[in-house]
Design a protein around this ligand. Structure first.
Ligand code: UD1
Length: 358
């Protein structure tokens, strides 16, 4: 039986690993060693996903924590290399586009251990955003590249990557379908004191939005304006990076006029999304999950890796300006034809595991 080391570290990666780990267990496919880099470590950024998504506890915890990009990436690289030298796996699995992803792929490829990248081929501008750098580098040193769509495979082809590319679909869609019976929209909404269809969910954490005082202020002002103009409540689960910046920039008053909360786990966030009026987000994963829930999203980014949803007219892009945000959110109330399945059929996990076993 093959030995596979799977490396996770940040919130969106736990969600993706939950699908692959479950499929590996179901098929007893290989010896699956789960490694957590420790990039995310707060209970509501990490532990909650392991519990809610029935994941096995990590076999190793590298404890790298937060830091500047170089330091964080380097610490994963050093610690993960040691682990690979000890475990000698046949393959390393990495997910998405975080510092953990690129460090894991680099450590493995230098040791000539094949790398499989789940969510390969996503491209967006600005080209200097950390996630874009991470995904481009990871794709170029991976042997197996699992794409969510044909567009992602075409992006790879443009860069000369044609071997080992599989269009598998999105593991996040698999998880959404699997977990749907466990969503409790009414109960969760009531816990938050929210009425059906009468609230917007907003999440922000991108460095270019929240580390820039003008952008963060303007986005929060836009949300306050949306609240005033529409009468809708704005639920704002605050990522720790954003919380730090709100304090540093003295924006607590603006955030306080919205319904600000701690970060919310998967089940509660998806339950709340079922009954919301719309979503405002700069999260790659959540803009897709909103679409899976049949909700439209204003994506606060100059571009998105999930082009298909925007090209279909379902999600919209908007800049970090109060007026633009308010106008964008207002436009979401127009009805749109639901674009149907853009990222596979909910069997991406099965496809990825089968391809790696072949
Ligand atoms: C990271 C990923 C991003 C992903 C996001 C999901 C990179 C470059 N970015 O961004 O692609 O969309 O995770 O959330 O890898 N912090 C805590 N507790 C935690 C984790 C973080 O307080 O458990 C704070 C620290 O102050 C830290 C900051 O949040 O410095 C940012 O965390 P970091 O992991 O560096 O980046 P994210 O913004 O979370």
């Amino acid at each position: 039986m093959k030995k596979v080391v799977s490396l996770v570290g940040a919130r969106p990666q736990f969600i993706k690993e939950a699908v692959i780990g479950a499929e590996v267990r179901r098929r007893n496919a290989w010896n699956h060693i789960l490694v957590h880099s420790g990039q995310h470590y707060d209970a509501n950024m990490s532990d909650i996903f392991f519990t809610e998504l029935d994941m096995k506890q990590p076999d190793y915890f590298l404890g790298v924590g937060s830091g500047f990009h170089g330091k964080q990436t380097a610490e994963v690289l050093i610690k993960f290399e040691d682990l690979l030298l000890k475990e000698k796996p046949d393959l390393v699995l990495v997910y998405g586009d975080t510092n953990t992803t690129v460090a894991g792929a680099l450590a493995a490829s230098k040791l000539k251990i094949p790398v499989a990248h789940v969510e390969a081929g996503i491209r967006q501008s600005p080209k200097d955003m950390p996630e874009e750098i991470n995904r481009v580098l990871t794709d170029h040193i991976s042997k197996y590249l699992f794409c969510c769509s044909d567009l992602a495979a075409k992006n790879l082809e443009k860069e000369g990557i044609t071997e080992g590319v599989f269009v598998a679909g999105d593991v996040m869609y698999d998880l959404y379908l699997k977990m749907k019976p466990r969503f409790t929209p009414k109960e969760t909404r009531e816990q938050y004191g929210l009425e059906e269809g009468r609230y917007i969910i907003a999440t922000l954490h991108r460095d270019f939005n929240v580390d820039n005082q003008d952008s963060l202020r303007s986005i929060l002002e836009g949300l306050v304006r949306v609240k005033k103009e529409t009468g809708l409540e704005i639920l704002l689960p605050i990522h720790p990076r954003t919380r730090k910046r709100i304090v540093e920039f003295g924006l607590g008053g603006l955030a306080g006029s919205l319904q600000a909360t701690e970060p919310i786990g998967y089940l509660d966030l998806m339950s709340l999304t079922q009954d919301c009026a719309a979503v405002v987000t700069d999260s790659g994963g959540y803009q897709k999950e909103a679409y899976y829930a049949g909700k439209r999203a204003a994506v606060v980014m100059p571009d998105t890796g999930w082009r298909e949803i925007v090209d279909s007219g379902w999600n919209i892009l908007c800049g970090p300006k109060a007026e633009e945000l308010a106008a964008g959110v207002a436009s979401l109330s127009q009805t749109r034809h639901f674009p149907g399945s853009l990222f596979g059929n909910g069997n991406a996990g099965e496809c990825i595991v089968s391809s790696l076993l072949a």
